[in-house]
Design a binder for this molecule. Structure first.
Ligand code: NAD
Length: 393
């Protein structure tokens, strides 16, 4: 009888698990179901462009039906409420109960607010296409309000966190808002775009020379970086900083970090600070019929003390290893160990500028080559998941 494989999450880890598992398992060997809270697979590495208004939603939200519909994978749109690994059951918010022989948990990460007072209630985040739409619509509405009232808080945007999410987002604002302002009859020099970073510098993953390049490029286009100052509190229209400064702003976007998904951390599988611990074959260290892919797991290099970062490229590769190992669990054989390949890190600084380090020797890229490389890496991913045809819809 066909084994029941249940995949939780249709992001990078979940989608690549489903595609890879189906390559190795026929429908009579395994029934594969994927549960995702959206009907789309979202390209979260490009969400900043939707928030800035430089691309359309179809470019970052690809219908799962288009990607998986002809692969004999059942698609369920629902939100996971509870995982019961000892009963081999998963319960969703709609009240449905799903059973399984093998489970894949690929539920990603959640925003970490670090308990900062007022932040969760008064900020927006950039974790989904609807978040990106909300940011774009909010910024435009505040600019309209500024035009009507002249209230400077309506023309002030504060992005908390100077990691790649925050910097790529201010890059889109710097590119797009001059045009938006022109169309509304607002002087762009009235608009303030702050990026506040608690650490001594933005983008600590990059070498100093590339950080300097990013700061210089974005400052020239109207971004103000405040580094070495943590956000300590937020209200509906103010952001307080550790330095004692208060910025009046009606647009606060928080990109200050991620944490493990609480549904995973509290379900009873072994975990470390909220992220599931895994074997070298990406099985839960406590439940061998539960596999993990993406940010909800914590993966250490062999003998290493620091876990791999929670990135899309790792989630995608974990999904491929999990997909293959599921076929081994069903049919027998030797499972693959997860050995990640790092192709590099690329960050956009708006449409025409970017920075990156690529390849084993960390070759540095800046300017148009970095932007083009980032574009190419997105196209490579879309082609890998057969998503280029889904984009046309
Ligand atoms: P992050 O954790 O990388 O960055 C968050 C930043 O917020 C940190 O620099 C941190 O010091 C700062 N911060 C934390 N608390 C603060 C406070 N109170 N006030 C001000 N600043 C504060 O988070 P991210 O940028 O969302 O990235 C998450 C992961 O996704 C990372 O591994 C990142 O590399 C990856 N990512 C990659 C890309 C890409 O490859 N282009 C894009 C986005 C994210």
């Amino acid at each position: 009888m066909a084994k029941q494989i249940l995949i939780l999450g249709g992001g990078y880890g979940g989608l690549l698990t489903a595609l890879t598992a189906r390559k190795h398992l026929t429908a009579s060997e395994a029934n594969i179901t994927i549960i995702n809270r959206f009907p789309t697979h979202q390209i979260i590495t490009e969400l900043h462009r939707l928030a800035g208004g430089t691309i359309k939603e179809q470019a970052v939200a690809l219908p799962l039906q288009r990607l998986l519909g002809n692969k004999q994978v059942n698609i369920v749109v629902d939100t996971i409420k509870e995982i019961k690994p000892d009963d081999k059951k998963v319960i969703t918010t709609s009240g449905a109960v799903h059973t399984y022989d093998a489970l894949v948990v690929a539920l990603g990460s959640e925003t970490n607010y670090f308990g900062i007072p007022g932040l969760e209630e008064n900020s927006m985040v950039l974790k989904s296409a609807s978040d990106a739409n909300r940011i774009r619509e909010h910024v435009e509405a505040r600019l309209d309000a500024y035009k009507a009232s002249g209230n400077k808080a309506d023309a002030t945007i504060v992005v908390g966190g100077g990691g790649l999410t925050g910097v790529e987002l201010v890059g889109e604002f710097a590119d797009k808002l001059p045009e938006v302002c022109r169309s509304k009859g607002i002087d762009f020099s009235d608009v303030s775009i702050y990026c506040v970073e608690a650490g001594p510098a933005i983008l600590p993953v990059f070498p100093k020379v590339l950080i300097e390049r990013a700061v210089e490029s974005l400052e020239k286009r109207g971004v103000t970086f405040l580094t070495g100052v943590a956000i300590t509190e937020a209200t509906k229209n103010t952001v307080s900083l550790k330095s004692g400064q208060t910025i009046e702003s009606n647009t606060i976007i928080w990109t200050g970090g991620v944490k493990g998904n609480p549904v995973v951390g509290s379900c009873g599988i072994a975990e470390d600070r909220g992220r599931a611990t895994v074997t070298s074959t990406l099985q839960s260290t406590s439940h061998s019929n539960v596999f993990l892919a993406g940010d909800c797991a914590v993966v250490f290099p062999e003998g290493g003390e620091r876990p791999y970062p929670p990135t899309a490229q790792l989630a995608w590769q974990m999904g491929e290893t999990v997909g293959y190992n599921l076929s081994v669990q069903v049919k027998g054989g030797a499972m693959d160990k997860f050995v990640p390949v790092f192709s590099g890190t690329l960050g956009s600084l708006g449409r025409k500028d970017g920075i990156g380090t690529i390849g084993g020797n960390n070759t540095q890229l800046k300017g148009l080559p970095a932007s083009l490389m980032k574009e190419a890496s997105n196209i490579r991913y879309l082609s890998h998941i057969n998503g280029l045809s889904a984009l046309a819809y």
